[in-house]
Design a protein around this ligand. Sequence first.
Ligand code: V47
Length: 365
Amino acid sequence: MDKYIHEAGFGSILEKVQAGERLDLEDGLNLYKSTNILALGFLADIVRNRLNGNDAYFIYNQHVNYSNICSNLCKFCAFGREKDSDLAYEMSVEDVKEKVRERLSEPIREIHMVGGIHPDLPFSYYLELLKGIKDVRPDVHIQAFTCVEIAHLAELAGMNVEKTLEKLVEAGLGSLPGGGAEVFSPRVRKITCEKKISGNEWLEIAKIAHGIGLKSNATMLYGHIETDEERLEHLYNLREVQDETGGFMTFIPLAFHPRNTAMAELSGPNGIEDLKNVAVARLFLDNFPHIKAYWVMIGPKMAQIALSFGADDMDGTVKEEVITHMAGASTDQAIGSRTLIRLIREAGRVPVERDTLFNVVQIHD
Ligand code: V47
């Protein structure tokens, strides 16, 4: 295989990968520009196996999207709605508690909760949401509010980000999901999500969260107008912050779904792009412990293959995903834990059930 990798033009990258040396921007760009997907997978698998052995993680979780009312209305998003839209919705704290109560008989360990940038819900609503979930399910880990929502909540609270996060933690917040990162490039943001906080602001908020001991995830939305250079710059910025804080747990490449969005004329990424984004992330983000193949966005079959292209996590049972489905995802809105275990086993990996912070709950070998 080494000969094949040399012939593919990746000899020097192979040497770096085998020596555990960091890849530079030029290496990253060469990887992105290649269509030799087997070579990329082979290289990424070296790093994956070094960091995570044969394990592939999943979590028993539940998604709650408390409201889709949003004042940012990004062009790539089919979830966000104006307040007076027929499709706009807003859950009361009691509605959210009921959603959590409905699934009390299941061994759910994480509530993943995000929403739009709501123009007029008060800060107290968000605190009550967290407290309400904890009332119903005291042991659950709440992973909620992207850095974009945190910036908005800090404004509502009239406090700085650190103090705002502390208040949210007191109310039950456990960690931050990785959404809202999109592509950090100002060019891409100007075209696709002009009203959203900048990439630098997103990174600053992640740093502040890590500084007070909150872990978080990071994402990149690929397959729309971004260039390979912009993707790489995005990964480079994340790697720099991770060197400083060590607070990121997982990187999740998010495959753009165009339907019902203001960018519906685009076709979205193909399978090669899906695998490439997983593999390059695994190779370039050498300081990220985990890379997630989010089955909702790339489908369970592609997620299974991604476990041999650098990914070591499949996210979870999810029920019920909304954001990607509003944008035309053809996957189910939930998956059973037994199915996840089977998919992982059939991909030749050991299914490891985890909690949000990657503590092992059960090894299903
Ligand atoms: O921030 C919006 C993206 C994100 C579309 O942290 C779209 O473990 C594809 O971040 N096509 C929210 N993507 C979801 C998210 C996430 C999901 C699962 C796990 C974790 C984690 C994070 O979804 C948004 C945005 O980047 N998004 N519209 C779309 N049309």
